[in-house]
Design a binder for this molecule. Structure first.
Ligand SMILES: [Zn+2]
Length: 413
């Protein structure tokens, strides 16, 4: 039986891979540090009798097969991180999944029961979407939402494709992943609700909708000194107006109804004496209400038209990804609620504002999503922190969920 101390010691070991001085990790998808974390997981899994496989988009699976030919309960999250990310985001969910699967295996070995389904621990490739867009790429390909060839052809800033990057780190597989019957994921909340209310477990019922855009603002490159002001087509100025407009958009709705961001800005040629010819921006709008999101999208398009007029630039939408708000299967929420009660854990229903791999999985199989508290809600930050007791409690609950799913206690669609 793996103990709480094993979980905490393993988490410390995993957190050393790509560790930053301020207590976070830097393990962007398909980089050397991502490879090292994956190799660590492969060694951990093989040492405990799991069979490991990698699929064509680099999702890593550690399988226990008790019932040859039966589909799998997929339980996992992601080992990749944001640049200077926190050590809990994703990695906790993968490690918790590994321990939960291991404990379930021990329980079945002791009882002699033969469960209806097998289990696979999963590290979903490129959940973060920082180096390669979009986010949740591995689970999107696995669930058929994104074509494989399209994902493999995505490039990073240096022009390296996903296919080449995965080949380089030795994690481009040649087979399909195991067939899923159910899925489960545990993650830190990344918000402050559980922490503030002193509740141990969040039972995720639904997701917020999200609209992400890649925008290119196209101007005309010119001399910052000699070009008369009236002649300038300053892409950076256009981008600046967009950033402000996106922020102000949120203020036009009731508080908390809409979250907006401009998370990335790339300026060309980015020279101190050149009026920028192009600026690339990544924007995201999120809301629990589809109506709010559509209204915001329309408002934003009107802002774009006004900004094009006032700054003499062109605004080109290069890509847009849309994730509708949607629900997790209520019977999965009920199962997690029941098990939380049995373990004496305080719990509450929640929505997830952030996207997770389970967001994709739940659209193809019944999926259970759990949160543990994040101290002060800090996330995508090196100061991200979850208390040791919450780490361990989450593994206990996830173990129960995985066991029940493997037994087939949840209705299949
Ligand atoms: Zn995450």
């Amino acid at each position: 039986m793996t103990t709480d101390n094993d979980v905490l010691a393993d988490f410390r070991a995993l957190s050393e891979i790509g560790a930053t001085e301020a207590g976070g990790v830097e393990r962007q998808a398909a980089t050397v540090n991502d490879r090292l974390a994956r190799e660590w997981l492969v060694d951990w899994l093989r040492a405990r009798g799991f069979t490991t496989r990698v699929d064509r988009i680099g999702n890593l699976f550690g399988c226990y097969e008790w019932h040859p030919g039966a589909p799998y309960v997929l339980v996992g999250s992601h080992l990749d991180s944001q640049p200077r990310g926190g050590r809990y985001d994703g990695a906790y969910g993968v490690l918790a999944a590994a321990h939960a699967a291991c404990r379930v295996h021990e329980r079945f070995a002791e009882s002699g029961d033969r469960p209806a389904f097998n289990v696979a621990v999963v590290d979903w490739f490129n959940e973060e979407g920082s180096r390669f867009k979009p986010s949740m790429m591995g689970s999107a390909v696995y669930t058929g939402k994104m074509p494989l060839h399209q994902a493999l052809a995505v490039t990073d800033h240096a022009g390296v494709t996903v296919e080449d990057a995965l080949t380089e780190i030795g994690f481009l597989g040649a087979e399909d992943g195991p067939r899923a019957a159910f899925a489960a994921e545990i993650h830190i909340e990344q918000g402050r609700i559980l922490d503030k209310e002193g509740i141990q477990i969040g039972l995720v019922e639904s997701t917020w909708a999200a609209h992400k855009y890649q925008i290119s603002v196209v101007g005309e490159q010119s001399h910052t000194g000699s070009t008369v002001m009236a002649d300038r087509q300053d892409a950076l100025l256009g981008a600046a107006r967009i950033i402000v407009a996106v922020r102000e958009l949120a203020d036009r709705f009731p508080e908390g109804a809409l979250h907006t961001s401009a998370g990335q800005l790339i300026v060309h040629p980015n020279s101190p004496v050149v009026v920028a010819r192009e600026a690339e921006l990544h924007l995201d709008l999120r809301s629990s209400s589809l109506d709010v999101l559509h209204e915001a999208d329309e408002m934003l398009n009107r802002e774009f038209a006004a900004i094009e007029m006032s700054t003499d630039v062109r605004i080109v939408k290069k890509s847009a990804h849309f994730w509708p708000a949607s629900e997790y299967q209520p019977e999965g929420v009920d199962l997690a609620r029941e098990l939380s009660g049995e373990l004496g854990l305080s719990h509450r229903p929640m929505q997830t504002l952030a996207g997770h791999d389970s967001t994709n999985l739940k659209d193809v199989v019944p999926t259970v999503m759990l949160f543990v508290p994040s101290v002060e809600g800090i996330s995508h930050n090196e100061r991200e922190y979850t208390k040791d007791e919450d780490i361990c409690t989450g593994v206990d609950l996830l173990t129960g969920v995985v066991e029940r799913l493997c037994r087939g206690d949840l209705r299949q669609p």
